[in-house]
Each structure stands twice: as C-alpha cells, then as structure tokens.
Write a protein that binds this ligand. Structure first.
Ligand code: PRP
Length: 208
C-alpha cells in the first residue's frame, strides 16, 4: 500500500496529536517537536509526516502536497482552504471570541476596528452580522490593542481566560468552539480512500 502524507501543525497541540496517533497504533519513534527535522515516517512507513506552521497546514492539504492534515479549527477557518473536514480530534480545546474592555458595547451603526491574529475570521463573523469593520493583523500580544487604543475590540482565542483577565478585558461575544480537526485533500479522498479511511477509523477508535 502506498504511504500517505500527513501535515501536522507545529505548536501547542503537536505532542498531544502524536500521542493520539500512538494510541491508535500509528507510532513515530523518531518524532521530537524540538527537532529541526521537518519530515518523519511512521514506524511502519505507512505515513510520511511533514511538520509545518499551523496556518500553512490547510494550504498544504488543499494543494495536495499533503493528503491529510491535523490542525486547529481556527487555522482552518482563517485559511479558508477548500478541503474536507472529517473528524474532530478534540485536542487543544478553546474558543474563538470577540473581547474588549469591560462595559464595551458594539454599536452596529459604527465602524468597528478589530485587532486579531485571525483577520479573516473577524471580517467574516462581523460581515454576517452586517457590521462594518476595519481589521488590523497582529502576530501576538493582541490583548494590548484595545488597552492602548489601537482597536475597539479583538478577535482571539481564549483557553483559560487568564490573559484577558490579567489585562482587564472580557468576552463580549463567542464566535466558535475550537479544537484540532482532521482535514483531507479532496482528490486524495478518492484516490487514496482506503489509506485515509484506515487512518480515520483508527483515530476514531482511539477517541472512543
Ligand atoms: C494565545 C491567545 C491568547 C492566549 C489565550 O496566545 O492569542 O493571547 O493564548 O490563552 P488563555 O486564555 O489561557 O490566557 P499565545 O500564548 O499563543 O501568545 P501570543 O500572544 O504571543 O500569540
């Protein structure tokens, strides 16, 4: 059977995803998230794992450079890639929210400035509500933006809520539940159907 290529997101959920794969019987003895190596093979060589930036995972999968990918729903939504989302792997659970200073009200009639690492998610969410927005793309420490007047609100991920709390911010609206998902290239879903279903089924049984 030919091998399939899996794009795995670097970052917080990489190790727990490898653990989940191992519970499913797919082991990567050589994998180490601190390694500078970017390609790893499963011990049975059925899966070639490429280790890439989270936001790039949907792109690798959409373009067919990887047959499947494991990445957070936040990055799937932000990349707007044309892929199949097949399984919720339930790792890295958090929420995508709109947050701002306590007591901040969102006036639909006024243009809203939003700072975010996820400008596409922010724009799409507010467009659906008919709210006119300007987005400012930041790469981190987003909570600072409303405090120094760079934006009215932020769209960001909340896990424990500590970062918001310590900066005097609060959740204003909830956008989406986030967790890691298995995504699949549309062509590979047909051409490598057997291998992909095998991986999906083993992951499903590990989740149960
Ligand atoms: C993420 C996110 C929030 C924080 C939320 O940032 O953007 O800032 O974690 O977590 P909490 O609710 O548990 O406090 P990250 O740690 O990735 O750092 P960054 O600001 O440099 O992007």
């Amino acid at each position: 059977m030919t091998s399939i290529t899996l794009a795995l997101a670097k970052g917080r959920t990489a190790n727990s995803t490898i653990e989940l794969l191992e519970q499913s019987g797919i082991t990567f003895s050589a994998f180490h998230d601190k390694s500078r190596k970017l390609v790893f093979y499963s011990d049975d060589e059925s899966i070639k794992l490429i280790f890439v930036k989270a936001l790039d995972v949907p792109t690798y999968v959409e373009k067919g450079a990887a047959d499947i990918g494991i990445v957070g729903k936040d990055n799937i939504l932000e990349a707007e890639a044309d892929v199949y989302e097949m399984l919720d792997l339930k790792q890295g659970k958090c929420q995508m929210v709109v947050a701002g200073k306590k007591g901040e009200t969102i006036d639909l009639a006024k243009k809203l400035t939003i700072a975010s690492k996820f400008p596409t998610i922010a724009r799409n969410y507010f467009q659906k509500k008919g709210q006119s927005v300007d987005t400012i793309k930041l790469n981190g420490s987003v909570e600072l933006a409303p405090l120094i007047g760079l934006s009215d609100v932020i769209v960001d991920i909340v896990e424990t809520g500590n970062t918001l709390k310590e900066n005097g911010l609060t959740i204003l609206e909830e956008i989406e539940d986030i967790s890691t998902r298995l995504i699949v290239n549309k062509a590979s879903f047909t051409t490598k159907s057997d291998q992909i279903h095998q991986v999906m089924n083993t992951l499903k049984s590990a989740l149960e």
